[in-house]
Ligand binder design. Structure first.
Ligand SMILES: CC(C)(COP(=O)(O)OP(=O)(O)OC[C@H]1O[C@@H](n2cnc3c(N)ncnc32)[C@H](O)[C@@H]1OP(=O)(O)O)[C@@H](O)C(=O)NCCC(=O)NCCS
Length: 163
């Protein structure tokens, strides 16, 4: 297995299938409510976002991770702070370390692009995903009430300083 930057033109259909499969049995299965592939493409071509794929020896995509600068409107502060928006591994091969490898690679890429820290958020009660990030060195950074999907869906934030 290897990791590579995605090819934004050739990989998109395969990536959509991985993401849909990965989130199908989660509270975030309506992907269009919280993620835009069009906007991801725009951010990547504007050099504000990076998407990495994990690829098998026979060139099949096994998982992806996407992160971007938090917000250019905040000047240097917003450029140094990156956010992981989406991590997805083929649902038939989770638990084999692929997500952790993708995390390390996106941290490396973000650091290269000037990030000093990276954060991620997820549903407040999603213990498995919170465990996944903590296992990879992310620390509790609090939670925000009703952060997602209107009212009633709070989010837990996790953060890691890069070096
Ligand atoms: C979360 C996810 C990206 C982790 O990828 P992965 O390749 O399974 O992760 P790893 O194998 O590197 O790490 C496994 C650890 O993550 C945890 N984990 C979280 N979700 C998991 C899942 N669906 N399947 C297996 N392990 C999961 C396990 O508890 C495990 O911890 P352990 O080694 O102490 O037992 C992947 O499971 C996934 O795509 N989940 C669905 C989509 C999602 O919720 N994404 C995260 C929010 S953006």
């Amino acid at each position: 297995m290897k990791t590579q930057l995605i090819n934004i033109h050739d990989d998109l259909d395969e990536i959509k299938k991985i993401v849909e499969g990965a989130f199908s049995s989660t509270p975030d299965s309506s992907i269009g409510k919280w993620f835009s592939f069009k906007e991801m493409t725009h951010q990547i071509t504007s050099h504000r976002g990076v998407c990495i794929k994990a690829v098998s020896d026979d060139e099949k995509i096994l998982g992806i991770i996407y992160a971007q600068q938090e917000n250019p409107i905040n000047g240097a502060e917003g450029l140094e702070k990156w956010v992981i928006v989406l991590t997805a591994v083929d649902s038939t091969i989770t638990g084999q370390g692929i997500g952790s490898i993708l995390l390390k690679e996106i941290e490396h890429q973000a650091l290269e692009k000037g990030a000093i820290k990276i954060f991620v958020y997820t549903n407040k009660n999603d213990a498995n995903v919170i465990h996944f990030y903590k296992k990879n060195g992310y620390e509790d950074a609090g939670w925000i009430k009703d952060y997602q999907y209107g009212k009633g869906n709070s989010a837990t934030f996790l953060i890691k300083f890069l070096q």
